[in-house]
Design a binder for this molecule. Structure first.
Ligand code: GLU
Length: 559
């Protein structure tokens, strides 16, 4: 064990002592629910990349478990890897969490209406906690549970090579760890030479031993124990002295008084070293729930959703498409607890997630399913809410649509109500706000392109002269007033005047005798008025458009 003066000399003089930190960050007094203390959870994104949908999922689960138990959810930015940091990551986190309403109870980022920073357990950026980590590294060194390691990259490589030759596990441990039991003289000499050093944890794990713990999701998990003297404090030649993930996790989750760490499965194999660190530091061990990763179906097999390969892994994919937030929340909750996919959205959003209902196989992200859920959800919304959703999305992603909505409020209200109000099965033509332009754009003169070419393929190969004649006739004789059957009778009469068969049966008996059937004649009107071969009920559409615009569009085609 190194002399205390030597150890203390390795660190700044003004570091706090552990007891002061214990006092500054006291155990939380959380009433909780039903006699159970509330869970303290946290999400810890690293700004080495943007948060993706898997991150939203983990954050949602963490926040839900805290809130449903009367606990606290913390957002901690894990920025200890400054060389890999990407510019703008904090801003993207802020935007993503705000958009999906994942406002943390504590954190440094300004998310939502609450002021930031908030919470008594900060700072919540790890880079601002350098002194705190050093306090505990120093403490472990004082107790002989950590030590400075001056090994160079080449020396480390030589150690692994020798281990491989002997078919031994590679790593820095036991007799393979040259600085583990180094004498004070050696340490002083290395310091005098100005050699950079990292701090390593002195693991008491034994090669080949097993370790078991109880995961809150998986039950008993057994694996190889840790025997490596892992690095806990990065090299002294960095401008800011920061810890590794392992050490920051132990210190932060202790001092922030986290009670349940929800993180993805990739960290499962680190639990042995984490438990050793907690024990060495004298901290109560924290509980873990390791989530299965989100997956994607590819051909016949499943693989992990990939940030690089899959557009739907990115949060921006959902924001740009404009999936309503409750639909995404509902979808993600269904992935977490499949039972919630079977209950209606409001109930699913209000039902707390249960750890015992998570599957251990990674849930599949399926955007087709999300679109169905989303279309069903939008179909339940009152017209003004749909328009508000479209407008809020368009303000960011399609400013022309905002202008058009603002210029035509009555038309917008009438358009959105077509086949939605007073019908048993409202239209499901919007799965996301970005579908509005395609599904409703034709209502608005500014977004509608007149159909002027009678040979356009949307007329299904009908003789262009006949297309023109039908459009001209309807424009000339158009009667706007009246109920739906009356209105449609004029289309029948129109078809009849131009020799179309009244129904498929008649047509099929002698196809050569007719240019087409009623449906084809109606299609001329439909394409002229809506620009598409499929549209909401044409009578309803004309109510929203008004007679003048209907006739104007017909004339544009009639030439
Ligand atoms: N910063 C870690 C990551 O981005 C967080 C892991 C954890 O939640 O402990 O994967």
């Amino acid at each position: 064990m190194l002399d205390r003066a030597l150890v203390d000399g390795l660190f700044p003089d003004d570091l706090p002592e552990p007891a002061e930190l214990e006092e500054r960050y006291p155990p939380r007094d959380l009433g909780g629910r039903d006699g159970q203390p509330g869970l303290v959870t946290r999400f810890g994104p690293s700004p080495t990349g943007f948060v993706h949908v898997g991150g939203l999922y983990t954050a949602m689960v963490s926040r839900d478990l805290a809130h449903s138990t009367g606990g606290v959810y913390v957002l901690r930015i894990e920025d200890t890897d400054q060389s890999r940091e990407v510019a703008g990551a904090d801003e993207q986190f802020r935007r993503a969490f705000e958009a999906f309403d994942l406002v943390p109870d504590e954190g440094d980022l300004e998310i939502g209406a609450l002021p930031a920073p908030r919470g008594d357990y900060g700072p919540y950026h790890q880079s601002a906690r350098a002194a705190i980590y050093q306090t505990y590294v120093r403490e472990l060194m004082r107790q002989g549970k950590a030590y400075p390691d001056f090994a160079t990259k080449d020396e480390l490589a030589a150690i692994s090579d020798a281990q491989r030759t002997l078919k031994l596990p590679t790593g820095y441990y036991g007799r393979w760890a040259p600085w583990r039991d180094a004498s004070e003289d050696d340490v002083r000499a290395a310091l005098d030479e100005g050699k950079p050093w990292v701090a390593r944890f002195r693991s008491d794990g034994v090669v080949g031993e097993r370790f078991a713990f109880s995961d809150r999701l998986r039950g008993r998990v057994e694996m190889e124990d840790n025997h490596n003297d892992v690095v806990i404090l990065k090299s002294s030649d960095n401008p800011v002295r920061l810890p590794t993930y392992h050490f920051a996790h132990a210190v932060d989750d202790h001092l922030m008084r986290t009670t349940l760490v929800v993180r993805t499965e990739e960290w499962l194999s680190s639990v042995p070293v984490h438990r050793q660190l907690f024990a060495a530091l004298g901290f109560e061990p924290v509980d873990y729930a390791h989530l299965a990763p989100l997956m994607k179906q590819e051909g016949g097999s499943k693989r992990k959703l990939s940030k690089r390969k899959d557009a739907e892994a990115s949060v921006d994919f959902y924001l740009e498409a404009g999936y309503p937030v409750p639909a995404v929340q509902y979808y993600l909750r269904g992935l977490a607890n499949p039972r919630l996919a079977e209950v209606p959205l409001p109930e699913a959003l209000a039902t707390p997630l249960r750890l015992d209902e998570f599957g251990l196989a990674g849930p599949l992200v399926d955007t087709v399913k999300l679109s169905d859920i989303s279309a069903d959800h939008i179909a339940t919304l009152p017209g003004p809410d749909v328009l508000a959703g479209v407008r809020a999305w368009a303000a960011e992603y399609d400013p022309e649509v905002v202008k058009v909505l603002d210029a035509n409020p009555e038309l917008a209200a009438a358009a959105i109500d077509v086949e939605r109000v007073g019908v048993e099965n409202p239209r499901k033509d919007l799965a996301k706000w970005s579908d509005f332009r395609e599904a409703y754009g034709f209502f608005f003169p500014e977004l509608f392109t007149d159909v002027t070419d009678p040979a356009d393929e949307r007329f299904g190969g009908l003789d262009p002269a006949l297309v023109r004649a039908v459009a001209a006739d309807l424009a000339d004789t158009y009667v706007h007033e009246g109920d739906q059957p009356t209105w449609f009778q004029q289309i029948r009469d129109l078809a009849n005047r131009h020799g179309f068969a009244p129904n498929p049966k008649t047509y099929k008996k002698d196809p050569d005798a007719y240019p087409g059937m009623l449906r084809d004649a109606a299609n001329v009107a439909r394409v002229a008025i809506t620009g598409a071969q499929r549209s909401p009920d044409l009578y309803e559409v004309t109510r929203a458009l008004g007679a003048d615009e209907v006739v104007r569009r017909l004339r544009a085609l009639a030439g």
